[in-house]
Design a protein around this ligand. Structure first.
Ligand code: TYM
Length: 336
């Protein structure tokens, strides 16, 4: 028996931020020795909202370099570009024909993004979770490590797999493996710096709302200086009246690598003026080595290209047989 498999991805839109790191990449790194990991840049997802063709490829490379800079080890992980593996698009079509429209209309992320886009909302945005289901099910992973906001998409993925197995599989012989979500408790929902009730997001128009993994120290210091706090003295976790306080303390505990109890004790009597410099220092210290490695990797484009070329081969070796299995179950003849 080989290692169990995980699969996950990030959209190469905007800058990757602490939410992406703590909700996803850091967890991939922590578990990678125990799993066979497939990690990709979701560049087909990136065009479900208006995008700039001039930056799409460069952003995709940037995210790949960040995966490596954050500590993804190619001895246990495959890194690839979603659009390089055409099975993703093909399986999406097959799944779309099996997915009830009302399942897609119920997706919270669709509703939120559709409201923002008004009448221009594209069919891609509605069908986005079907593409995500194809991304996942092609690789037959055991687990899908993501942040809390992806939970609904993973449930839909499981529903699509169950439906296909029910309609086209036979008892005891499912066509597709049904994966489990893997959502870690701490860091699963990093909140905005300007509103502790909203999640930190690439699509927030204000850059002050997030700390990006590549922000230089002075920018990190400025963002933390300006971030929203409250007028109370003494800092604490888990007070529903103080969402910003809970978020900032949680970030500090993860980035400074201290337990929640130790941070609760350390900050119990503190005011914001005392806490913010500590938090700033911990954030800069945690991101500095990632930024250094990132710049080294980006300076060697040939290396990055070879990683992605190999990634594509390894991804196709898993994805194509799954696609063929689904096509056969649906009754297609195989190309001669
Ligand atoms: P994306 O690009 O929005 O986010 C990538 C990962 O970061 C996590 N994340 C967060 N975690 C904690 N707090 C936050 N504020 C925060 N913001 C983002 C997300 O949960 C995610 O794990 N649809 C996906 C990309 C995708 C995918 C997939 C993921 C496409 N196909 C297949 C897994 C499997 C997305 O837009 O993530």
């Amino acid at each position: 028996m080989g290692k169990p498999r995980v699969l996950s991805g990030i959209q190469p839109t905007g800058e990757l931020h602490l939410g992406n790191y703590l909700g996803a990449i850091r967890n991939w790194v922590e578990i990678q020795q125990a799993y066979d990991s497939f990690l990709f840049m979701a560049d087909l997802h990136a065009i479900t909202v208006p995008h700039d063709p001039k930056t799409l490829a460069a952003n995709t490379y940037k995210v790949a370099a960040l995966y490596l800079a954050c500590g993804i080890d190619l001895n246990c992980a495959t890194i690839f570009v979603q659009s390089h593996v055409s099975a993703h698009s093909e399986l999406t079509w097959l799944f779309m024909c099996l997915t009830p429209l009302n399942w897609l209309e119920a997706m919270v992320q669709f509703k939120e993004k559709a409201i923002r886009q008004g009448e221009n909302v594209g069919a891609g945005l509605l069908n986005y979770p079907v593409l995500q289901a194809a991304d996942i099910l092609l690789y037959e992973p055991d687990k899908v490590p993501v942040g809390e906001d992806q939970k609904q998409h993973l449930e839909l993925t499981r529903d699509i797999a169950d439906r296909l197995n029910f309609q086209f599989g036979s008892e005891g012989n499912p066509v597709l493996k049904v994966p489990e979500p893997m959502i870690r408790k701490e860091g699963a929902r990093v909140m905005s710096l300007t509103d502790g009730t909203k999640k930190m997001s690439k699509s927030d128009p204000s850059d002050l709302s997030r700390i990006n993994l590549l922000d230089p120290p002075d920018v990190i210091a400025k963002k933390i200086k300006r971030c929203k706090t409250d007028p109370m003295r003494g800092l604490e976790f888990d007070n529903p009246e103080r969402p910003e306080c809970n978020n900032l303390l949680t970030l500090y505990s993860i980035l400074a690598n201290k337990t929640k109890d130790a941070v609760a004790e350390e900050c119990r009597e503190m005011g914001w003026g005392q806490f913010k410099p500590l938090f700033t220092e911990a954030t800069i210290a945690a991101l500095g080595p990632i930024q250094d490695r990132y710049h080294e990797i980006m300076a060697n484009k040939d290396y990055l290209e070879s990683v992605l070329r190999q990634g594509r081969e390894q991804a196709e070796a898993i994805a194509n047989p799954t696609l063929h299995k689904v096509k056969a179950a649906l009754g297609y003849s195989m190309p001669l």
